[in-house]
Ligand binder design. Structure first.
Ligand code: RIB
Length: 311
């Protein structure tokens, strides 16, 4: 099993269940409140670790109670946090998450310590990156650090995965170091300035992202599945599975973490995508980010009987 290094954010998620997302200026009553560990980087690290991958995380936490809790929760599921530094100048990142009755969410992130993850953090973990089979990044940390980490990973011969979330303009220099770009449909639409409504428009957006430099592109589309364009420019659809959606938070992170774990095990591309799609579907069946991420046994059991969603 190949090592996976995740460079990214760790947040404490403050979650409110609400009948609907309020309009500007409106006050409404929520139905429940919870805190849970989150952050796109940490979620992807935990997702890969629950699927049995050896995972090392590079990031920063504030010297506060949220930071201590997040570090111990990551370690408890087997993620190596040796390269998660203590940040004295900023608080641990937090995310304010509203989840409506359909399980759809809206998220505001205050990056705090995540905004201070820097090249020196990547340098400190250079040996881990050299030994990694897969290196994964998102963009809830400074883009310069992401670019630096992807370049170091590519130079060391690792497979690089970038989940461009939250969406920001990406240069050709960054995309040239990306083996697999995994945006969701909103991020892909923002990155390409194209409307994505169906398989054809998603395949065209994925092809446009490939032309900018990414070798392969996977656009995740929630309950519509995913659309991929491979290194030969061949487009394909990945089926979504039928589940009862409770909260879609971290479904995309489960997909990315599972894809990294499967490719780290050298599973073939189609099997890896199927595991990723199953992990994403299962993550949507529970409230919260990390509490919803499935184990390898749960994913494998689910795939024995899972029904594909018809389009
Ligand atoms: O992708 C879901 C995550 O986005 C949440 O856990 C939140 O912390 C934000 O980073």
């Amino acid at each position: 099993m190949g090592d996976i290094v995740i460079v990214g954010s760790l947040n404490m998620d403050l979650i409110v269940r609400t009948p609907r997302i309020p309009a500007p200026g409106e006050t409404i009553l929520g139905t429940a409140f919870a805190t849970a560990p989150g952050g796109k980087g940490a979620n992807q690290a935990v997702a890969a670790s629950r699927l049995g991958a050896p995972v090392k995380m590079i990031g920063r936490l504030g010297a506060d109670d949220f930071g201590k809790t997040l570090r111990s929760m990551c370690s408890a599921v087997g993620v190596d946090t040796k390269f998660v530094a203590d940040e004295t100048e900023a608080a641990t990142g937090v995310a304010l998450i509203s989840v409506d009755e359909q399980g759809q969410n809206s998220i505001i992130v205050v990056p705090g310590a995540n905004g201070r993850v820097a090249r020196r953090d990547v340098d400190t973990a250079r040996d881990a990156i050299r030994d990694a089979r897969v290196v994964v990044a998102q963009i809830e940390i400074p883009l310069d650090t992401v670019a630096y980490a992807l370049h170091a990973a590519r130079s060391a011969g690792a497979l690089t995965i970038l989940n461009p979330a939250p969406a920001r303009a990406l240069s050709r220099e960054i995309l040239r170091d990306v083996d697999i770009l995994v945006p969701n449909e909103t991020e892909a639409a923002q990155l390409t300035e194209r409307a994505i409504t169906d398989f054809d428009s998603a395949a065209q957006a994925a092809a446009a992202l490939r032309e900018l430099g990414a070798k392969r592109v996977v656009i995740t589309m929630g309950d519509k599945g995913a659309v991929t364009v491979d290194e030969n420019g061949q487009a394909a659809r990945v089926a979504a599975y039928q589940v009862k959606t409770v909260d879609t938070t971290a479904a995309g992170d489960a997909f990315v973490g599972a894809l990294a774990a499967a490719l780290g095990r050298e599973l073939d591309w189609e099997t890896s995508l199927r595991m990723a799609s199953a992990a994403g579907a299962l993550a949507a069946t529970k409230l919260g980010a990390q509490p919803s991420l499935p184990t390898r046994a749960e994913v494998e059991d689910f795939l024995l009987t899972a029904q594909v969603r018809s389009l």
